[in-house]
Write a protein that binds this ligand. Structure first.
Ligand code: ADE
Length: 231
């Protein structure tokens, strides 16, 4: 991979990437600032997608079409669904699903996009393996692989957590990964999503999110840095 996109949704999720880049060249498209440059010897494009699936989708398509990225690594925070995950722990996506895709009224299972070939987007096995190696090295015992769920909703309810965990088999929930994953799949571009838990998506999620987003973003960043160094 000659050029890699390293992206997050919020400032906290990308600022450590930007501060470790050199030779930065900024371009603004669709209101998104794309920073091309060098990161530990690799050609990268770093940007903040903005929150939610539409922002993430538009940004990913631009990264592929206009910047020619050959792989996408998403870094950021998420709400934990798996009860074993503690705040600060890490998730590496094996696949992504949009939990708010709901055409159940017409008989389609929850999370399934009607008439699409596929609604479950598999992460690139090599990127997953590299992330697992970095995770085991830096955060042994605090890393899980599994299905990342995305939707345009901040989840803050134990009942919703239970249904996302048991019905849709998600290990964590966030608001962009599956949209990045879908655009990557549509374009044949490899991707992986790395997320550190800022909260447990329950009644305390809003308080925890505010408190732990910086430290969780830092944990996810550390995995990305280690991973990219070994690419
Ligand atoms: N990102 C971090 N925490 C989240 C939550 N509880 N729901 C959705 N996205 C999140």
């Amino acid at each position: 991979w000659n050029k890699i996109a390293l992206i997050g949704a919020m400032n906290e999720e990308i600022e450590l990437l930007v501060s470790h880049m050199t030779d930065i060249n900024e371009t603004v498209k669709a209101g998104i600032t794309f920073r091309e440059g060098t990161y530990f010897g690799k050609d990268v494009v770093v940007c903040r997608t903005g929150v939610g699936k539409v922002n993430a989708a538009v940004t990913t398509q631009i990264l592929i079409d206009q910047f020619g990225v050959e792989a996408v690594i998403f870094t950021g925070v998420a709400g934990a669904l798996d009860p074993e995950l503690q705040i600060g722990d890490l998730v590496i996506s094996t696949e992504c699903v949009q939990h708010d895709m709901d055409v159940t009224a017409l008989g389609f299972p929850r999370g399934v996009i009607p008439y699409a070939d596929n609604s479950v987007y598999t992460a690139n096995p090599k990127l997953v393996a590299l992330a697992v190696a970095s995770g085991e090295k830096l955060f042994a015992g605090k890393v899980k692989q599994g299905r990342v769920l995305s939707g345009d909703q901040f989840i803050a309810s134990r009942e919703v957590v239970a249904s996302l965990y048991h019905e849709l088999n998600g290990v964590c929930v966030e608001m962009e990964g599956s949209s990045v994953a879908q655009v990557c799949a549509m374009n044949g571009v490899p991707y992986v999503v790395l997320r550190s838990m800022s909260d447990k998506a329950d009644g305390s999620a809003h308080v925890n999110f505010a408190e732990f987003t910086v430290i969780a973003s830092e944990n996810s960043y550390k995995m990305v840095e280690d991973m990219v160094k070994s690419l």
